[in-house]
Write a protein that binds this ligand. Structure first.
Ligand code: PAF
Length: 282
């Protein structure tokens, strides 16, 4: 596996491989890799000749400086995991200057309103940061296919819009949520949970499954009330938001329309660790 550190080197590497007609699959990450990431690479491996990943903790998408500071970083063990997976041909480890040659500024995107829902409300500026870094990574890596986890479902929807706006040749693929045995969605942030918190956090997926049982049987306001009550009863967990939203527009709904599909979205603080999850309702 090749380790590439500078913009000029990734660009030269990509150009050489493009000249040979190789199809490139790309999965950008912020490191602290886990089995969820490996499933992105496995999907990329099946559909491409060359698989590239990047590891870069992107400062502009953190609206909370403490979250950025505490974000887990361990490049050596990430590289080890990448090698062991056998799915990845090259990993790009850029410096800030490779992605932000003019300093840490972000672009202002219009993603048709998707950016103002959920994470957009609670993490102002987050999607401008994601958009700016992903657009630049796409420019340098020039993938044919790019892979993102369904766990950050809103991010996936936004990246699809971004690619359509800036580089429609890139196909964006969502990869299903990878879960721990107890149902907790895999996340780099899980590393910051104590064993007790990790066990308790199974409540998140259990609650999403309850919501699925209630779907189209109980009214949305009543579901909202029940979810709030579940987390209000937990002293170490704090519900930041729960929403049932239209899967396409991501707008919160108060009513289940027959011909629309819906997904439940939830963000919970377990101690000071912010966990996000979602479930398609059927
Ligand atoms: O999902 C992530 O890890 C990040 O948001 C991404 C897409 C790598 C951009 O920094």
């Amino acid at each position: 596996m090749r380790i590439i550190k500078r913009k000029k080197d990734i660009e030269a590497f990509v150009e050489r491989n493009k000249e040979m007609g190789l199809k490139i699959g790309f999965a950008p990450t912020m490191g602290a890799l886990h089995a969820g990431h490996i499933s992105l690479y496995a999907a990329a491996r099946k559909e491409n000749d060359l698989v590239i990943s990047s590891i870069f903790v992107n400062p502009t998408q953190f609206n909370n400086p403490e979250d950025l500071e505490k974000y887990p970083r361990d490049v050596e063990s990430d590289l080890q995991l990448l090698r062991e997976s056998g799915f990845v041909d090259a990993v790009y480890l850029p410096e800030i200057a490779d992605l932000y040659p003019e300093g840490l500024a972000t672009k202002n995107y219009d993603f048709g309103g998707l950016e103002n829902e959920m994470e957009g409300k609670f993490r102002p500026g987050h999607f401008n940061g994601v958009g700016t870094v992903v657009e630049e990574l796409f420019r340098q890596v020039k993938p044919d296919n790019a892979y993102f986890g369904d766990k950050d479902y809103q991010q996936l929807a936004i990246v699809k819009k971004l690619a359509a706006q800036v580089n429609p040749q890139i196909s964006i693929h969502g990869v299903g949520i990878h879960r721990e045995e107890n149902g907790l969605a895999m996340s780099s942030r899980n590393q910051r949970l104590t064993a007790d918190q990790r066990a308790a956090a199974k409540l998140i997926f259990e609650t999403l499954n309850k919501v699925n049982d209630w779907f189209r049987i109980i009214t949305v306001p009543e579901i909202n009330r029940r979810v709030k009550a579940i987390f209000d009863a937990e002293k170490d967990m704090q519900l930041e938001y729960f929403e049932i939203a239209d899967e396409e527009t991501l707008q919160q709904t108060d009513f289940f329309y027959k011909d629309r599909s819906y997904r439940a979205f939830l963000v919970v603080f377990v101690g000071d660790v912010r966990l996000i999850d979602n479930l398609h309702l059927d």
